[in-house]
Every structure is written in C-alpha cells, then in structure tokens.
Design a protein around this ligand. Structure first.
Ligand SMILES: [Fe+2]
Length: 228
C-alpha cells in the first residue's frame, strides 16, 4: 500500500450484523471522517478521541440502516448519521443518487448533506479520499479510495458481493461496478462493509483470482450466475 505518514485509518467491527466502520483521517490535523457510523455513536466518538482524533464528517457508502442508522421495512438500527450530527459537527458525504433515500431512512435534512458525483475527493490534512460511484446494491452506493485502500461498503466483500435482490438493487449495475473494481491495481487492499469473509481485508489481486463476482465475464454470464 502507498505510504502516507499522515494517514489515520482504523477498522472497527460493530453490531450484531458484523458491520465494519472505518475512521479515516489526518494525524497532523487530528481530524477524521467516519465511514458508515451506525450502532453506537458514543463508542465511535470515544474511540476516535482516544486516538487523539476529532470526527469532522461522515462518509456514507449507502443508505441501509445497518450502515447509516434509521429505519427501513420495520427494521431499525441505533446510532447512525442523525445521532452523529446531534453530537458532533459533521457534514454527511453521500452520492447524489443516494441522498433522497438517506434522508427518508434516517430523517436527516438536505442542509446536513454534501451530495457528491463519482470522482469527487474529500481532503483532510494530507489525506485525499476519492469517492467512486458503484451502483448495484443500491442506486447511489459508493466506495472510498484512500492510499490504495478500497473501502467498499456492501458493494464488494472479501469473497463475495452485496445483495442485488433488495428494493433499489440492480444486478446489471452491479455487474458494471464489479468490472470497474476489477480494473483496480492488484496491490489495492479491499476493506469491506461486513466481516463476512475469511479475512478482514484482502488484496484485490488475490480477490480477482478467488472472488467469483470479480471474474471477467459477459453481462449474460453474470445474469445467469446471479439467477436474474
Ligand atoms: Fe447494504
């Protein structure tokens, strides 16, 4: 992985659904963003604080409550973006296509959000986080790339990929997102949104060999593999 002495990067395993939350920031600035701040807001703020870091923003991979809090289909998750912004001053960075869904599910307002296009960057100190739109699991799912680390939410898991059978999912979009991620260099380290695989992170080079969803194939082959 690319060396950046200013990078603060921490993976936290939380909640009954084995969600991974990430703290990404600048040691020099003493500030970090939290990726998918669901489940336990106080614990997150305390964890960052123990490392000498202040949370100054939230990065949302997608609007499912186990990642951003709130309710969907009678399923409610504590913590999340709404609770976070009640406790710290933190704009919520979301893909523009996910913003309306995020507001509906979590109750946050438009003024709490920063809507992003694919390719946008969020900078903290000497750390630059690139936002990549990877639809399929949801319309505005996004991944974050920082110093050859891919924080992938529910788009890509170690040994798997996100569900495409839930409302808002699109198997064809997921195919294109997988093929795009398969173009990333082998040395990139994948950091998924759940601890579903044999390891908590993995090299993309290894995943391209072992993760069937990343293998090069046609859309027709993908459709038959996904049963869609
Ligand atoms: Fe999800």
């Amino acid at each position: 992985m690319q060396a950046n002495p200013d990078l603060y990067f921490r993976q936290l395993l939380v909640g009954p659904m084995a969600n991974f939350i990430y703290l990404i920031g600048s040691r020099k600035a003493g500030e970090c963003m939290v990726v998918d701040p669901a489940w336990d807001t106080d614990a997150l703020i305390e964890t960052a604080g123990r490392d000498g870091m202040k949370i100054t923003g939230a990065l949302v991979t997608h609007y499912h409550p186990d990642h951003c809090g709130g309710s969907i289909f009678g399923f409610t998750v504590p913590g999340g973006v709404a609770e976070l912004i009640g406790k710290v001053d933190a704009p919520i960075h979301v893909n523009k296509l996910e913003a309306d869904g995020l507001k509906k599910i979590t109750g946050v307002s438009e003024s709490d959000l920063v809507r992003h296009e694919s390719g946008d960057r969020v900078e903290i100190g000497d750390v630059s986080i690139e936002l990549l739109h990877t639809p399929g699991h949801t319309p505005g799912s996004q991944c974050f790339m920082v110093n050859e680390r891919l924080v992938a939410g529910d788009t890509l898991f170690v040994g798997g990929c996100g569900r495409v059978d839930l409302p808002g999912a699109d198997p064809e979009q997921m195919y294109h997102s997988m093929m795009r991620l398969a173009d990333l260099p082998d040395r990139v380290e994948l950091y998924p949104g759940h601890d579903y695989g044999p390891s908590k992170s993995a090299k993309m080079g290894e995943q391209k060999m072992s993760n069937a969803y990343l293998r090069r194939r046609t859309l027709e082959q993908w459709r038959s593999m996904m049963g869609r």
